[in-house]
Design a protein around this ligand. Structure first.
Ligand code: ZN
Length: 309
């Protein structure tokens, strides 16, 4: 599947409280809510999408806020850290900003030559801001965060795995190249795609498996340009023995899913048609958008969903 994968498309996680989730990603991290819709399999739960101005693939963090639920327990077999890119020289700003917003788990680190600031999300989610070249990406300047400091999209993600070998092989099959290694972490990088290009595999042979819950990443999605590319990727994966779902219409992209050897659920999602297919860019994410099959039930659905502003 030479050059078909273009980096990350989105990362989807689980949250407890919808209002708190919305507040954190828009007010604390300054992302734009680019879509307010529902979980297509259970419309009493929101599906909230946060990203840059238009929800460019490679910038989109999405959540299912399920309501009161236990927190996930970190372990192997999952995405351990979701990493956002910020412009070089801005970690000082972010440190101060996140302290002011009472964000927990703040620690500055250097890893593979990159300056990072780790922090926790509202449900104990593991995040890091990584200083990187913004490389032509345009940020959304949200609440109190100027364009010169704002998050420009994902940098990448770190998986924690008991055995990283098979997942490393899969990433290479998907077009990623083996990059640097630091201790137990091996970096894979994809060139020629969007800027959300690194996947780090951290091997922990003796760690317990993760228990998914609030704050856990549910799945991670990789970008392809269009449906033709997606079908080629699907065929290549199936030829290699992966069990891949049929193509599913997610209204803003088409999706296929498969489980990887290390336990992480992968999605491959199209860059088309995008989040502006049913709303103007100026008002993106404001109105509740429903997939066609739920539209007759809008009134009942709206009554059951919490107010999130
Ligand atoms: Zn997804």
């Amino acid at each position: 599947m030479e050059k078909l994968i273009k980096g990350l498309h989105h990362v989807t996680s689980m949250a407890a409280d919808a209002k708190e989730n919305n507040r954190f990603f828009t007010k604390t991290l300054g992302l734009r809510r680019v879509k307010k819709t529902v979980n297509f399999d259970s419309p009493e739960v929101y599906h909230l999408y946060y990203g840059d101005e238009i929800g460019t693939p490679g910038s989109v963090m999405t959540y299912f806020p399920f309501g009161p639920m236990p927190r996930g327990k970190r372990g192997v077999g999952e995405v351990g850290i979701t990493e956002f890119a910020v412009p070089e020289g801005t970690l000082g700003f972010w440190q101060q900003h996140l302290v002011e917003k009472n964000v927990s788990g703040l620690r500055e680190e250097t890893f593979l030559g990159e300056r990072r600031l780790a922090f926790d999300g509202p449900d104990g989610d593991s995040f890091a801001l990584v200083e990187a070249d913004p490389a032509g990406r345009t940020a959304w300047s949200g609440d109190g965060i100027g364009r010169d400091e704002a998050i420009v999209g994902f940098h990448g993600a770190r998986f924690r795995l008991r055995d990283a070998a098979a997942t490393g092989e899969l990433l290479q099959f998907m077009g990623y190249e083996l990059d640097e290694t630091d201790g137990a972490v091996t970096r894979y990088r994809i060139e020629g795609g969007n800027a959300a290009r690194t996947i780090d595999l951290e091997e922990r042979p003796n760690a317990d498996h993760a228990n998914q819950g609030a704050g856990s990443v549910h799945h991670i999605a990789f970008a392809v340009e269009d449906r033709a590319a997606q079908l080629k990727v699907r065929e290549a994966l199936m030829d290699t023995g992966y069990q891949v779902t049929p193509v599913i219409d997610r209204d803003y992209f088409w999706a296929i899913y498969f489980r990887t050897p290390g336990g992480v659920i992968f999605e491959v999602a199209t860059n088309e048609p995008g989040f502006d297919r049913d709303e103007d860019t100026a008002s993106l994410g404001e109105a509740l958008k429903l997939p066609e099959r739920y539209r007759p039930y809008r009134e009942q659905i709206e009554k059951r969903l919490p107010e999130i502003a």
